[in-house]
Write a protein that binds this ligand. Structure first.
Ligand SMILES: Nc1nc2c(ncn2[C@@H]2O[C@H](COP(=O)(O)OP(=O)(O)OP(=O)(O)O)[C@@H](O)[C@H]2O)c(=O)[nH]1
Ligand SMILES: [Mg+2]
Length: 448
């Protein structure tokens, strides 16, 4: 049954300064993304405030006039938006599209009269809500603590006689010494979490080594901007049920599944956390271990949402993050996804032609079209078969119990038999083929 009672929406506004070196298109794309982030946190954005400035206001990010305008809007009892949706509550938060300093945030909060969250804080909060595994939770907590530590003093100031109630920080006369104490607690907690992560890291490395030993090194990792469709492709390529959602940062943990239908060599596909413009530094550091998956991969599938007007910028952001974690040299295929979402058939063809001209060896597709997913599957398999060798193996009738070994490790191109045994023309990884032929030599030797 459908849930009848709707949760009361929480209202928010967004605000951003447009610096001279930022084009209108970039600025608008960034604001749209901030609104998406706010939505992911459960807010409905009722108004956006923009201001062109040569730099941020040092005291409060926005200029005095703009701050007054926002204050009037937030405090107005019958603002325009409330007329269309009466008694739905007040504006609870303002989101700003840059990382601002603790004191800028404090000034803004007192001036506009509602909670202020900057881009970094919003992203951290979303990560915090979406973290599922122990490792992801610990990583996000470190990043949040790192963000909070320098802000404690400002929070304590906010929590002074008038502000204490609202910010919820401090108890008895929150002051300098209290802040110092809290800072120390944060440092201790971060150290504790780092130890925990280091232990998990050892465990993960062992598991990964075991996996590689068992299944070889054929690994492909899906990377790309958040919401590009990585998890959707993961599902389509592996037939697994990973989480797909039209919200930002749906995936925070790496999942690994086998490419389906299975190929030779067997290929493991990993789905990873999405990237975003201005990904907080703390998060890049924290998720480095998760992203190590990308470093270990033999092939990266860089997934790009071709239907997003800002995709060029998203592509650059992903390339930058990959370079930051040292994965710039891992071979990669650019996969322009969601082509079905680019206007009509003509628009799609035009977009595809433009993409191919710019990125000659890219794949343009829709995760929703099975024939195109099959082509991507074939491209992945072809990549891993580049280095395969072909050979002929002979298995005497007396050793037919080893037949399964051949099929498990190689692709059998042809099988024929004579009075002595069976011949297999196979294709496989050089090491696998060599291993098998040595094993069969031994069998033959002992039979003689
Ligand atoms: N129209 C269309 N929508 C798609 C396509 N691929 C994915 N989507 C939709 O895009 C949204 C995001 O998909 P996900 O697969 O969750 O994206 P993701 O890259 O894993 O996102 P994060 O985990 O947040 O980084 C979902 O609503 C999907 O249904 C496609 O080819 N065409
Ligand atoms: Mg995902």
């Amino acid at each position: 049954m459908q849930r009848e009672v709707q949760e009361k929406p929480r209202y928010a506004v967004v605000a951003a300064v447009q610096l001279p070196n930022v084009t209108d298109i970039e600025f608008e794309a960034s604001l749209t993304e901030l609104r998406e982030l706010a939505k992911t946190l459960g807010f409905e954005v009722v108004h956006s405030f923009m201001q062109k400035r040569s730099g941020f206001d040092t005291a409060a990010y926005l200029g005095a006039g703009k701050r007054q305008e926002i204050r009037d809007f937030v405090n107005a009892e019958f603002a325009d938006w409330q007329e269309t949706a009466p008694d739905l509550g007040n504006i609870e938060a303002m989101f700003v599209d840059h990382e601002i300093s603790p004191s800028q945030a404090r000034h803004l909060e007192t001036e506009v009269g509602c909670q202020v969250m900057d881009r970094t804080m919003v992203i951290l909060e979303i990560f915090h809500r979406n973290a599922r595994t122990r490792a992801a939770r610990a990583q996000v907590e470190i990043a949040r603590l790192g963000y909070m530590a320098p802000r404690l003093r400002e929070m304590a100031k906010l929590a002074g006689p008038q502000g204490r109630q609202r910010s919820g920080v401090g108890g008895r006369g929150a002051g300098e010494s209290h802040t110092e104490l809290d800072r120390r607690k944060i440092r201790d907690r971060i150290a504790e979490l780092q130890l925990e992560i280091a232990a998990m890291e050892v465990e993960r490395k062992t598991q990964r080594a075991r996996r590689q030993e068992r299944q070889g090194l054929a690994g492909v990792t899906l990377v790309g901007y958040t919401n590009a469709g990585k998890s959707t492709l993961m599902r389509a390529l592996t037939g697994s049920e990973v989480l797909v959602a039209n919200k930002l940062f749906a995936t925070l943990d790496t999942t690994v599944r086998t490419l389906h239908p299975e190929s030779v060599p067997r290929v493991l596909v990993s789905d990873t956390v999405g990237f975003i413009k201005n990904l907080p530094h703390g998060l890049v550091a924290s998720f480095k271990s998760t992203l190590d998956e990308a470093l270990d991969a033999s092939l990266l599938l860089h997934v790009i949402d071709a239907s997003d007007p800002g995709f060029e910028r998203q592509l650059e952001v992903t390339d930058d993050v990959l370079a930051q974690i040292g994965a710039q040299d891992v071979p990669r295929i650019r996969v322009f996804n969601k082509i079905d979402h680019v206007g009509d058939a003509d628009a799609q063809a035009e977009c595809e032609a433009a993409l191919r001209a710019r990125h000659p060896s890219c794949i343009v597709m829709s995760a929703r079209r099975p024939d195109e997913v099959a082509k991507l599957h074939a491209a992945i398999v072809a990549f891993f078969q580049q280095d395969l060798v072909e050979a002929e193996l002979f298995l005497p009738w007396s050793a037919q119990q080893l037949r399964g070994e051949i099929y498990a490790n190689c692709q059998v191109l042809e099988e024929r038999a004579d009075g002595e045994g069976a011949f297999f023309r196979v294709r496989g990884e050089p090491a696998a083929v060599k291993g098998l032929s040595e094993q069969f030599e031994q069998v033959l030797g002992s039979a003689r």
